[in-house]
Ligand binder design. Structure first.
Ligand code: NAP
Length: 348
């Protein structure tokens, strides 16, 4: 995909190249094939190496790592690449990178915040509406031979306006979801580990901080916007699903592994919750014969949260800015804070 458009990155200026020694471009391992926009931004700046180099190691020094499709990065891999100066991730979610292992080796990790929350929140609302108003089911029916007359009593959905939305994780994406929900006259409940009174003031008066169990019990729609961490992995399991209303819908735009897939499948099969709308699943993709794929009250998209032309372009630019800064030993413009500390640069 070539999305075109401008970039803030200087193009084709030899002096802008990261220094990798005389006459050679810095070597960067990436899990391609990369988007053509990213390849264009990296052309003549770095030498791209295949991911097998990260898996097997290399006799030649490798200065950079670019993670594109949620490949796993751990300490053993980093030890195979001792000259690594930076890891740049395409996207905000860095659950596939062991941040403690990177920090222990002094390797800064960059991601792409501030450019994708609008698109991801848009998709969250699209999934919420699709599940509530049975849009995917209705589309299938409207195309089928069965649709021969309009029946006003058929395919009734659940009301969105005036309903209560519970957001687990009122961060960058959760905030944008809340703003959109207020446009639908929804009452918004949220839960984080830390209360966000700053956002409550901005979103007043219809946003309320509550305990997680209360959020699950009171919400008509529960939307997951938390990162995948040791704390959140599997945190929406049988007990949590049992707290939700029978008429409630679960929407997951975070990471599939935040939810216990088996527990969700069972809750939906037994109609203990009304519906689910999932942009992310665990595993991803689900096996092609997974029961969730046959359920009419489940909407699934293939991890499309930030997948718009404009957002992907900005993600490409930010991730390349991080990569080039790290290769030069400079602070990353968009660093991920390592566990328990401030941002790193390799040479700091
Ligand atoms: P963010 O700004 O860091 O917000 C995350 C929120 O989750 C924060 O409010 C945080 O608050 C809360 N949180 C973290 N751990 C928690 C816990 N154990 N219990 C309750 N709340 C917790 O992150 P973001 O940019 O909004 O992105 C969130 C996640 O969305 C990413 O990590 C990524 O996995 C996912 N994502 C998915 C897509 C997609 O394509 N579907 C696109 C982009 C991002 P506290 O720290 O106070 O708890």
């Amino acid at each position: 995909m070539n999305t075109g458009g401008g970039t803030n990155l200087p193009v084709g200026q030899p002096e802008a190249r990261p220094d990798a020694g005389p006459g050679r471009l810095p070597r960067v391992v990436a899990d391609g094939p990369l988007d053509a926009t990213i390849e264009g931004l990296l052309r003549d700046r770095v030498e791209l190496l295949p991911w097998t180099v990260a898996l097997e190691g290399s006799a030649e020094p490798v200065e950079g790592m670019y993670t594109y499709g949620h490949v796993l990065v751990d300490g053993a891999m980093l030890d195979r690449l001792p000259g690594l100066k930076v890891i740049s991730n395409y996207g905000v979610g860095v659950d596939h990178i062991n941040l403690a292992d990177a920090a222990a080796r002094g390797i800064p990790v960059g991601n792409t915040p501030g450019v994708l929350e609008g698109a991801t929140a848009d998709l969250g609302l699209a999934l919420l509406l699709a599940a509530a108003r049975r849009i995917v089911e209705g589309d299938r029916y409207a195309r089928s031979p069965e649709f021969l007359r309009h029946d006003p009593g058929f395919m009734l959905g659940r009301e969105v306006h005036g309903a209560t939305l519970g957001i687990l994780g009122l961060g960058r994406i959760g905030h944008q979801v809340a703003r959109r929900a207020l446009g639908f006259d929804m009452t918004v409940l949220y839960h984080n580990r830390h209360r966000r009174e700053d956002l409550e003031r901005v979103l007043a008066p219809s946003v309320q901080f509550v305990a997680r169990d209360e959020l699950l019990a009171r919400s008509d729609f529960v939307m997951l916007c938390v990162p995948l961490t040791d704390q959140t992995r599997g945190s929406l399991a049988a007990r949590e699903l049992s707290l939700m209303k029978r008429e409630a819908t679960l929407i997951n735009i975070a990471r599939g592994a935040v939810v216990d897939t088996d527990a969700l499948t069972q809750a939906l099969a037994e109609k203990r919750i009304a519906a689910a709308a999932l942009d992310v699943t665990e595993p991803e993709p689900l096996p092609r014969d997974h029961p969730l794929l046959t359920m009419p009250h489940v909407v699934i998209t293939p991890h499309l949260g930030s997948a718009t032309v404009a957002t992907r372009r900005r993600m490409a630019e930010l991730s390349v800015e991080n990569l080039l800064a790290g290769l030069r030993g400079r602070p990353l413009p968009h660093p991920v804070a390592p566990p328990g500390g401030g941002p790193l640069t390799k040479d700091s």
